[in-house]
Design a protein around this ligand. Structure first.
Ligand code: ADP
Ligand code: MG
Length: 306
């Protein structure tokens, strides 16, 4: 199978016949931004060996590649619209790999209401690299910004932090638990949290809760105060925490979680899916976490590439 056969057999079905993709017969896709909307665009690249283990299964890679991008759209308050799929293959891809990879994408397309509008297929003298550019729509002027948090806002977290970090430790052979399957699934299949509501500012916690919250603090010029006791971990992570197998620092600074942190006025917090873990106040832009009234000091704050 040459490149064009691969595109016709495996990637064309991802366009689901949408006119914007022009049956992949043109040089580019033509997207339609409805009146009153803005196009929200985000890219995330996954490189084998860096962003997922080289032995990862094609469906796991597909789910992760699309979902990390969807999470960025969710963090901006945008609705999914279309995505571009750019793949660099280190060798000629196997058909069973392509079939499993694209079947997983189709499943997520149905779940999240998005289609593939095109992409690029190349070869590389290096590891498999998958880059997705996702496009979403938001009502004009209504996107959520990291700079939008206001003093007095509460901080809502949409799901348990730390699970994906544990999942990665398991995949790297550094940890064994009774719930390995749960944790590795949380690593490979983040759930993009599409939320509607009167949110002032938001971020997804892909680099770790502390590091990402610090981004909101800096962008909004506010201090964030969190009570450790308010953070709801998964029952599976709670068990490890109680047994001393993981530390609060690991769960709050480990990356890959893709839950959202939302800033909103206290009276609206109940309308949002998640729970309040703290609040924003005027003060030096930093994150303060207290446990039983004592400030927690962390060595690291989160994942960086360099
Ligand atoms: P070019 O030579 O301009 O790079 P290609 O031959 O790579 O064009 O692409 C032909 C068509 O196939 C384009 O419409 C492109 O969007 C689509 N395409 C190529 N690779 C992919 C992919 N991995 N996923 C989806 N569409 C793709
Ligand atoms: Mg190309």
């Amino acid at each position: 199978m040459n490149e064009f056969d691969v595109i016709a057999k495996y990637f064309l079905p991802l366009t689901q016949g949408r006119a914007e993709a022009g049956s992949l017969r043109d040089d580019a896709a033509v997207l339609d931004v409805p009146e009153g909307c803005e196009l929200v665009v985000t890219s995330d690249t996954l490189n084998a060996g860096t962003h997922f283990p080289v032995e990862a299964a094609p469906d796991d890679i597909a789910h992760k590649a699309l979902r990390v991008n969807l999470s960025d759209l969710a963090a901006m308050g945008a609705r999914p619209y279309a995505y571009q799929l750019n793949i660099a293959f280190p060798e000629r891809p196997r058909e069973d790999w392509l079939a499993a990879f694209t079947a997983a994408l189709l499943k997520d397309q149905a779940e999240f209401g998005i289609f593939c509008s095109g992409g690029d297929t190349t070869s590389i003298k290096g590891p498999l690299s998958i880059s997705v550019t996702a496009m979403g729509l938001a009502d004009r002027g209504k996107v959520w910004k990291r700079s939008g948090a206001e003093s007095g806002d509460v901080l809502v977290l949409t799901g348990p932090p730390g699970d994906a970090w544990i999942g990665l430790q398991i995949l790297q052979g550094k940890m064994r638990t009774e719930d390995d399957e749960y944790f590795t699934r949380r690593y490979y299949r983040p759930s993009p949290r599409f939320v509607a509501g009167p949110v002032h500012g938001a971020i997804d916690i892909s680099d770790g809760l502390v590091a990402d919250l610090r981004h909101i603090c800096h962008a909004s010029g506010l201090a964030a105060h969190i009570a450790f006791e308010k953070i709801l971990f998964s029952p599976q992570a709670e068990k490890l925490l109680a047994a001393g197998q993981v530390t609060p620092e690991q769960l709050l600074t480990g990356g890959d979680d893709y839950e959202l942190l939302l800033a909103c006025a206290p009276e609206y917090a109940g309308d949002l899916p998640g729970h309040v873990i703290g609040r924003f106040e005027t003060g030096a832009p930093d994150v303060c976490i207290t446990k039983a009234g004592v400030k927690l000091d962390f060595q690291s704050s989160g994942w960086t590439h360099f």
